[in-house]
Design a protein around this ligand. Structure first.
Ligand code: ADE
Length: 255
């Protein structure tokens, strides 16, 4: 059964970006995930199909009205229930949400589906959040012009983790963040490019050595670029091999 994504958005066409291209496009065609788009405008009770109004208390911009959003959410919930999924999480994409990470993507990928709510303008009526929303997710500490890009980031990262999306079953396991580390460096032909050669170990055919070198590079890069991640990894406990490889990396940097 496909992973069922229901998305509530004023701009459904934007989602062609994930259903028509690349890894997610293929996963969609192969029935790994299904995308159902609900436009709150279709549930507007207003003859102009309006879905926004000015904020109580004054201030700039417009706020998305509760009723068309709630009706859209109800329709999405009903659809998921018809498929036998009865506890679908409703996630609102907002800069006020919890910062999205690999762990959250994993948790979502282990459910059968999700309902994503995309806001526009200054935001949505707070009562929709209190009445309907289970989790609020932010893709980072900056503002984009609506929840759609954020929803696509979430869907893409979740779909990658569903078995069958990535051709090689090992690819998802070897990616950055899976083991709490950044990725190791990658090289392809030619062996010599300008004044730079591919590291000899990768040409050696010695798989044990290659694995060790890659692990050391991942540890070293994380130490250099994301010390916050490395600290977490150290707190969770590193293996003896990891500690030794990282120490050697640090020594080689001091030169
Ligand atoms: N909507 C606008 N900015 C956002 C962000 N950073 N994360 C999630 N949704 C958003």
């Amino acid at each position: 059964m496909p992973y069922e994504c229901d998305v509530i958005t004023l701009f459904p066409e934007m989602f062609n970006a994930i259903t028509q291209y690349g890894v997610t496009g293929k996963a969609n065609k192969n029935g790994i995930f299904r995308l159902n788009l609900w436009n709150p405008r279709d549930f507007s009770e207003n003859s102009y199909r309006a879905v926004d109004d000015s904020p109580y208390g004054g201030g700039p911009g417009m706020v998305m009205m509760a009723k068309p959003l709630e009706t859209a959410i109800m329709n999405a919930r009903d659809r998921q229930r018809t498929l036998g999924i009865d506890k679908t999480e409703v996630v609102y994409l907002t800069p006020q949400g919890q910062r999205f990470n690999h762990r959250m993507a994993e948790r979502l990928s282990q459910s059968q589906g999700v309902i994503l709510l995309c806001g526009r303008y200054e935001g949505i009526d707070e009562r929709v959040i209190t009445r309907q929303v289970d989790a609020e997710i932010s893709i980072g500490d900056y503002v984009v012009s609506g929840g759609e890009l954020a929803a696509m980031v979430v869907i893409d990262s979740v779909v990658r983790l569903i078995p069958g999306t990535l051709g090689d079953p090992e690819s998802a396991e070897q990616e950055s963040f899976v083991n709490g580390l950044l990725d190791y460096p990658h090289y392809t032909r030619p062996e010599q490019y300008c004044d730079s050669r591919v590291p000899e170990v990768l040409l050696s055919g010695n798989h044990a050595q290659i694995r060790r070198w890659r692990l050391q590079q991942a540890l070293g890069k994380t130490w250099l670029k994301r010390p916050d991640l490395l600290e977490l990894k150290e707190m969770q406990g590193m293996t003896e091999e990891e500690t030794m490889l990282l120490d050697a990396f640090k020594r080689s940097c001091k030169g």
